[in-house]
Design a protein around this ligand. Sequence first.
Ligand SMILES: Nc1ncnc2c1ncn2[C@@H]1O[C@H](COP(=O)(O)OP(=O)(O)OP(=O)(O)O)[C@@H](O)[C@H]1O
Ligand SMILES: [Mg+2]
Length: 271
Amino acid sequence: MDFHYADSGISIGAVNTSDQAIYALSVDNLHASVDGREILRGVSLEIPAGELHALMGPNGSGKSTLANVLLGNPAYTVTSGTIEFLGEDITHLPPDERAARGLFLGFQHPEEIPGVSVFNFLRQAMSSRKGIENFSVLEVRLETMAWTKKLGMDQRFLDRYLNEGFSGGERKRNELLQMALLQPEFAVLDETDSGLDIDALKSVADGISTIRSERPELGILLITHYHRILDHLAPDVVHVLVDGHVVETGGPELARTVEANGFGVYQSKVG
Ligand SMILES: Nc1ncnc2c1ncn2[C@@H]1O[C@H](COP(=O)(O)OP(=O)(O)OP(=O)(O)O)[C@@H](O)[C@H]1O
Ligand SMILES: [Mg+2]
């Protein structure tokens, strides 16, 4: 998938008419630390618009750190390297400005927000992303109901407080509901498949496919430990992150290799 800015002569995606390709997301030699400890040690990734890339790696390798750094979580410090989003350097932009430009993060551990209903949260988030004047409450309600249905969620969800008492699977589906409604340009999904039963996994994967088919330019970085969700979603590229480095990049078959062989072979390389 590629689309063009007719006047500028540049294109996003696989086709490149200038010397330099513009990616949906381009991460160059990114180093980041938390509490003075370096976690990302030179991560480089290039993800064209419309592609789905999977990111695998052992516990503690820095996957969620990368997700948080991409979205600008202030708990993490970028010490060097750059993040470009649709050709713009966003390395030092605050999180709300990244979100407004269409970057989305589905959290590994979504937090409870007592006193804020799912529906009101979604309305708020949609207004900062797209401008509330474009939607009536009724429109938001109808759109939201349509997506809860597509994602196999209970409508009563919308009136509950955000993530309060939600089961693991419900939290994950709720993240996906946000992604569907916010219509991001790029989504980082951190273990969206964790804690889902087999049927829920299928409906979440189907949900992601539906969102992709409605937004073909949407790029996704999907963090996962298992090939199962990738069997439903067919990634374009799989990356392996070990100890804060991307140690291997390959096709969809890499997910199975990693799951079968583990990360030991890479750990001895970076160690
Ligand atoms: N906010 C934080 N404060 C302190 N340490 C952190 C913080 N975030 C991450 N770390 C540390 O950074 C390292 C990488 O953590 P990260 O959550 O990125 O790993 P991960 O690859 O997502 O692992 P998992 O597969 O278990 O989710 C860990 O040692 C973790 O304890
Ligand atoms: Mg993680």
